[in-house]
Structures are given as C-alpha cells and as structure tokens.
Design a protein around this ligand. Structure first.
Ligand code: GLU
Length: 414
C-alpha cells in the first residue's frame, strides 16, 4: 500500500503536470527543508524513565515561516509528519497566508499519561525542537491530542529559555495568555464557511441537509454543533474511534456531546442505532465530513459513498486511489487543504495580534475568517472550472503555483 507521504507527493505531481513544472524543480519543491527526529525522555509518576520519539519537519519556508500543528498519537511516524508538513505548505498557500508548512508529532498515547507526565513530555519535546521553532521561523499549533494547555506549556518553556515572553512562538494558546478569539472553533467554522460557499455555487441547500460526520474530536464535534444549531442541517450520524450512532431523523447533537464527555465515546449516543465507521461512510446522506485521520476513504469503500458532497475536515482522509472513484461517481470533494484551513487561518490572525500587541474582537476574527475562506473557495473554484472540475487538483494547482512563483522570484541561495 502506498504510504501517506507517497500519496501527498502524487497529488503534488498531478498539479505539477498541469503547471508543466520540470522534474528537477519538482524535487526542489517537494523535499522537506528540515527533518528533525528527537528522543523525549520522561520521568514517569512511578519513577521509571520512558523515552518517546518525536519529530518536527519544516517542509517549506519560501512564503514565510513554517506553520503547522503538533500531534500526540501512538501512530505518529516521520513519514506521517512529513506528509502533514507538506500538506501545510499547500494549505497555507491556498489561503494565501504568509507561511510555509511544518508539522510535529510525538508517538505517544496521551490517554495513558497523567497531567504531570504530559506536561513533562511537552516541555522536553519543546526544548528538543527549540532549534527549529520560533516566532519568525517555525510556529506550532494544536493538532490531534494537543490542545491550548499544551500550547501554553510550549510557549512558557520557550519563553523561559529566552528570558522573556515570546507569545508568537505558538498559536492556539488560551485567550488569557495571548490566544485569539475564535481559534478554538476555527477549523469547524472554516469548514462550514467552505460548505456555505459550495452550497451557493452548486445550489445545494444546507438547511435540512443530511450530514454524517466521521470523527468527534475538535473539528468533527464543533462542525456537528455548528451545522445543527446555527445552520439548520440534520446531523444523522457521527462516530469516533470506537464506532458511531445513527438516527435518520437527525441526532440531538447536545445529547451526543454529553455522552462523549461522560463516557468517552459517541457509540449509540442520543438513542441512535450503533454503527461502525464503515457503516457511516455508506449512509444515505447529502454531505459526508471525514474529520478523523488519514486513510478513511479508500479504494475499497469509495464506491459505497452516497453523499453528494464530501468536505474534508481531517488532513489527508482520502486515499489517492479513492479520488478517481469519487469523481467518476460525480462527487464534489472540498479538499482538506481548503476545507480544513480555518484553523491555521485564525492561527495566522493570532500570530499577527501577538506581533502587534493587539486583541481583536470576536466579530473581527469572524469577519476576517469569512473573507479568507470565501476568497480561497472562489480561487479554487475558478481553477477547477478551467481544469475538469476536480477541486483537489485545483487546490493543489493554485498552491503549487503560488509556492513555485515565490521560489523563482526569490532565486536559489547561494
Ligand atoms: N493542526 C491544524 C491543521 O492541520 C492547525 C495548524 C495551525 O494552526 O498552524 O491545519
């Protein structure tokens, strides 16, 4: 099976073909700038030492400092981190943010750590990657199983090393210490804005639309909440790593959230039927939102998808072999590097506020996010219209052309 990183490279080559980029220059654009592997020793509560492996990759910095989250998950590998770092380069370029792409991760199951152990792991990892990170070089943010508390520890660790507070070294911080209004739900809001833009263009109404959401972390949960409570869509199914819940009439999302908080899973929540993640993909819905991990939509299950629109909240949820099946079946895919870009967009706003010593009102953040998402959607849509309607290809073409333009105009050092 192709690895995640190989798939990300393939998608790049499809765009490079359209743009007529030469083979030698493709290598320059694709190779990660820096790849760091670190050992993270932690003194556990029982006195033992435990060494975790961590990574930080800067894929590209020609349009600005590297930007991208940190993931704490048992399945994290260097291959995955460089795939995700590469995706961040394209994501920031699609949104026209002055950033390149980066990503980090530690192979660890945070559910087995105490708060003290998690803090020790985070601070030591931050120390190990401090040769890369900085407010003008590489700026981390939350990703799977990292949150604003983890960002606060990274900011504090980095600031202690430098002898003064450095707010702009990470984004996704708590508001009380330089975080931005609207960052917590930004990925979800960005996705909803992309869906609204698509719905206007393609005349697909969102009110009463039937929606299935795979994954109930920060993105999936908040998307379900906003779509149900603010947009008037019907969330008919949600799932997490243990399975899901389905109700054709629409789930009570608040009840699902309560069960998730109390029992740690959405399985059978809100009185719905228990379903598997595979069942969820095949449901008769209008919109499918993969909000879990990579390798969710594969060549095996793509044909069973009945949704008309697939809006990717996760990074890389669709295997490259699944894409032609989806387009053959007439599906509209709003790709990850567009649909999930709300988070990094508000991260950019946070970084700007930190640099300027300003705090924007929630309404200001919302207004700017809306403009960014709508502009990016229009840019991608226009490219798609000129190139066979494939929105993923279009997003890559747009991103790769912006990055290669920056490369060419800067020239190569020395
Ligand atoms: N981890 C998020 C993403 O994959 C956010 C990155 C950021 O805010 O820098 O887009």
């Amino acid at each position: 099976m192709m690895t995640f990183y190989e798939m990300v490279q393939r998608n790049f080559h499809r765009a490079a073909d359209v743009l007529g980029i030469s083979d030698d220059f493709r290598v320059v654009l694709l190779r990660p700038r820096r790849q760091l592997i670190v050992s993270v020793p932690v003194r556990m509560d029982d006195g033992r030492y435990c060494v975790f492996e961590g990574y930080r990759v800067n894929h590209c910095v020609v349009r600005g400092p590297a930007k991208g989250g940190i993931r704490f998950h048992p399945s994290v590998t260097l291959d995955e981190v460089r795939a995700l770092a590469t995706l961040m380069t394209w994501k920031c370029a699609v949104l026209d943010l002055p950033f390149g792409g980066g990503k980090g991760g530690v192979a660890v199951d945070t559910k087995t750590l105490s708060t003290r152990e998690l803090e020790a792991l985070t601070r030591r990892y931050a120390t190990e990657i401090s040769i890369l990170i900085g407010p003008d070089t590489d700026i981390p943010a939350p990703d799977m199983y990292t949150d604003e508390r983890v960002m606060a520890w990274i900011m504090d660790t980095y600031s202690e090393h430098h002898g003064h507070q450095v707010l702009g070294v990470v984004t996704g911080k708590p508001i009380s210490i330089g975080g931005s209004e609207g960052r917590l739900d930004a990925t979800a809001r960005g996705l909803v804005l992309a869906l609204e833009a698509a719905s206007r263009r393609l005349r697909i109404p969102l009110v009463d639309a039937r929606v299935a959401v795979q994954g109930f972390g920060n993105a999936g949960r908040t998307v379900s909440h906003i779509l149900a409570k603010e947009v008037g869509a019907k969330i008919v199914a949600v799932s997490d790593s243990q399975g899901g819940t389905y109700c054709a009439k629409g789930l009570d999302v608040s009840a699902v959230e309560r069960q998730k908080d109390e029992e740690g899973t959405v399985l059978g929540a809100a009185g719905g039927d228990r379903i598997t993640n595979e069942d969820l993909l095949g449901l008769d819905v209008d919109i499918l939102i993969p909000a879990a991990m990579e390798h969710s939509i594969t060549a095996e299950n793509a044909d069973r998808i009945r949704a008309r629109v697939i809006a990717e909240a996760a990074n890389g949820p669709t295997d490259i072999e699944a894409d032609p099946i989806l387009s053959h079946n007439g599906k509209i895919v709003i790709p990850d590097i567009l649909a999930s870009a709300g988070g990094v967009t508000v991260s950019y706003f946070e970084w700007v506020q930190n640099h300027q010593g300003l705090r924007w009102e929630p309404s200001e953040v919302k207004r700017r996010l809306k403009k960014k998402m709508e502009d990016a959607f229009t840019d991608v849509y226009e490219v798609a219209r000129r190139n066979s309607g494939d929105m993923r290809l279009a997003a890559y073409v747009l991103a790769v052309s912006r990055v290669s333009e920056a490369y060419r105009i800067r020239g190569l050092y020395p």
